[in-house]
Design a protein around this ligand. Structure first.
Ligand code: NDP
Length: 346
């Protein structure tokens, strides 16, 4: 049976009087620090000397080095990028761990695949938002909250679950709901979405663009029709609000009949998609992907750089830019967002 926690399952008293150390004031760190402070917890920020440090200071936080914050806090939120986390943990956090402290992750990756192995004498928990940092903050402010996967990986104090739930409540997550999973399952689901669902969906989109452009339709019209108008994004929102199948009812009868009757034509893609998705799932579960990504990191970063260069030179990128400019897409959002963009390309 799946366990889902809400506000009534959590009590902030479980962490009252303790200090939270936010280690890394990035996408998640900045949002989580503000939510925890607004919920009445004492927060100190640990960050390297960069523009995020200045931002944390502007936001009114006391900012110190990562080791100093790790030493001062008893509730340590490790919120640096996953690929640098093992190094940061080993050199700047582990030396300051002591019995009674709690280490909180926002993603199970490094624990699940053995890159970080915390000592037995601390609590280790997961509060993994299913939301980007900007959404973590916005949904706290709106009162809606955001869903998370949570896990107690190690309970040294006997109070790890109460502390984790108190922190999830202070973040605004128990307002929406926190579903309990193991760290490995959280990491696997997250990687599967990125490595199987994402690429498969991307192929479908690219094939649709190619089919229509090859048939002579103007690229701008094709992109607008398929996703740039925002209709697709709206329909995706309705998947959440109404359900994947019930959202069909929002569309015209012509649309409903066409979609349902022609769906059958694509059923024979299932076996091939499933085979590839199982392959991705197995690579993730076995740790083969994690091993691959942690080996020759410089080569992998070069691969990402090359892929970005190729992307930048593709006609699709030019078509998108022209269409976005012509329809003033993104102008309002750019005006709304402050110094930190809503979603940061990395
Ligand atoms: P960011 O990429 O935003 O970076 C976080 C901070 O770490 C930044 O201040 C960054 O500074 C700093 N940093 C980078 N490299 C180092 C280093 N070598 N030493 C010390 N500090 C460093 O991280 P995210 O907020 O995206 O991710 C944090 C955690 O949250 C991860 O575990 C991630 O999986 C998880 N998560 C992220 C989500 C998201 O929406 N981004 C969603 C759910 C979970 P600088 O950039 O200047 O290098």
């Amino acid at each position: 049976m799946t366990t889902i926690y809400h506000d009534e399952d959590a009590n902030l008293d479980a962490v009252r009087g303790e200090t939270v150390a936010i280690l890394g004031y990035g996408n998640q760190g900045s949002a989580q620090a503000k939510n925890l402070r607004d919920s009445g917890l004492a927060v100190v920020v640990g960050n390297i000397d960069d523009s995020y440090r200045d931002e944390a200071q502007r936001d009114g936080f006391e900012v110190v080095s990562i080791p100093e914050a790790a030493a001062r806090g008893s509730l340590l939120f490790l919120l640096v990028p996953d690929e640098v986390m093992p190094e940061v943990y080993t050199r700047q956090v582990a030396p300051y761990l002591a019995p009674g402290k709690l280490l909180c992750f926002a993603h199970g990756y490094n624990i699940a695949f053995g890159f970080i192995d915390p000592p037995e004498f601390i609590d280790v928990v997961l509060i993994a938002p299913r939301m980007i940092g900007a959404g973590v903050r916005q949904s706290y402010l709106s009162g809606e909250g955001f869903a998370s996967f949570v896990a107690v990986h190690h309970d040294a104090t006997g109070r790890a679950r109460q502390r984790m739930l108190a922190l999830a409540k202070a973040l605004g997550s128990t307002r929406a709901g926190c579903l309990e999973l193991s760290m490995k399952d959280e990491a696997t689901l997250d990687l599967f979405t990125e490595q199987a669902f994402g690429p498969a969906f991307g192929r479908v989109l690219m094939t649709a663009i190619d089919t229509l452009v090859e048939a002579g339709y103007p690229p701008e019209a094709v992109l607008l029709e398929l996703y740039l108008s925002g209709e697709l994004a709206y329909s995706f929102l309705q998947l959440r609000e109404l359900g994947a199948l019930r959202q069909h009812a929002l569309h015209s009868h012509t649309s409903q009949y066409g979609t349902i009757s022609r769906s059958l034509r694509y059923f024979d893609l299932d076996p091939i998609l499933k085979e590839k998705m199982r392959e991705s799932l197995e690579e993730i579960r076995s740790g083969a992907f994690a091993h691959e990504w942690s080996t020759n990191r410089e080569e992998k970063l070069e691969f990402i750089k090359k892929a970005r260069e190729i992307q930048a030179s593709l006609p699709l990128t030019r078509w998108e830019e022209e269409t976005r400019r012509a329809f003033r897409i993104g102008e309002a959002a750019a005006k709304r967002s402050g110094p930190r963009p809503q979603a940061q390309p990395r």
